[in-house]
Design a protein around this ligand. Sequence first.
Ligand code: UT7
Length: 319
Amino acid sequence: MRYSKVAGTGSYLPEKILTNQDLERMVDTSDEWIRTRTGITQRHIAADNEMASDLAVNASCEAMAAAGVKAGDIDLIIVATTTPDVIFPSTACILQDKLGIGDCPAFDVQAVCSGFIYALATADMFIRAGKCNAALVVGTEIYSRILDWTDRSTCVLFGDGAGAVVLTQSDQPGIISSHLHADGSYSKILAVPGSICGGKVRGKPFVMMEGNVVFKFAIKVLEDVVHEALAENNFQVSDIDWLIPHQANIRIIISTAKKLGLPMEKVVATVDRHGNTSAASVPLALDIAVRDGRIKSGHLVLLEGVGGGFAWGAVLVRW
Ligand code: UT7
């Protein structure tokens, strides 16, 4: 049987840091409100000349080095992003060129904060089907460019960053199973409801969110999809070594763990240092936990995401 396994991880956060104290000077908010309601203390902001593909290059180089693969070994590129460099070509094609990777399939996945989970599941299926041997899977975002910096209810929540993994062919799983969901009837509660028409922006090109509704929805589906992934593979919650949920709000992460009966010691939470980086959040948290030695060979790791669409999902991995 052909499976895929994570051969290496990488991440990148832009140099500029925007703290809660900085935000206090920009909008009517407080460090105390942001920390107690979200757990966020700082976020990173891309430089003017940095694009999502540039963040992706840095994260990808780290992941390829960790995996011990060269650009010439990569035969599939999937980039999850909601903030592509341009409308087209895809950020994946731009990344392919910047990394000097030759002819191979390269495309973007748009599933907002679940994008990396969708991209990882897709790459796993390519590898299982024998269509590729080494996939570069990236989540990269520059949310600072789609935020209304006068709207305190959204601008304090998000940040910029990128995370990447190299997935390679393996005789053993690796990725055990993936579980993807979407319900478009919730498309209006979290959206950037703008488009370009005749050279002008039509609608609102900023993140709009019904925070409370999103909060409740997220906790419900993040719990449900964990049970789904465990049940399909005859595992119990107690078998999980590490849960890596979407990093949007520490209260969502804590509530999900509590409902699952999973101690917080088994949950990776990095939202405090980079805020909600949408499609980059799960691979960023994953890379941090791999590099600080928490995730070790043989561990059972459950990655899960939820966000605009609504789209959500999970990937169960044997490390
Ligand atoms: O990636 C997936 C998408 N995003 C999420 O998962 C986010 C989901 N939602 C949330 O994380 C939370 O709903 C928020 C953090 C966005 C908001 O927290 P909340 O506890 O649900 O607060 P709230 O929206 O009920 O607002 C409470 C109060 C309001 O004032 P009043 O009406 O009680 O006087 C807001 O106007 O807090 C006020 N408020 C703020 N105050 C200071 C809202 N934003 C701020 C702010 N600073 N930045």
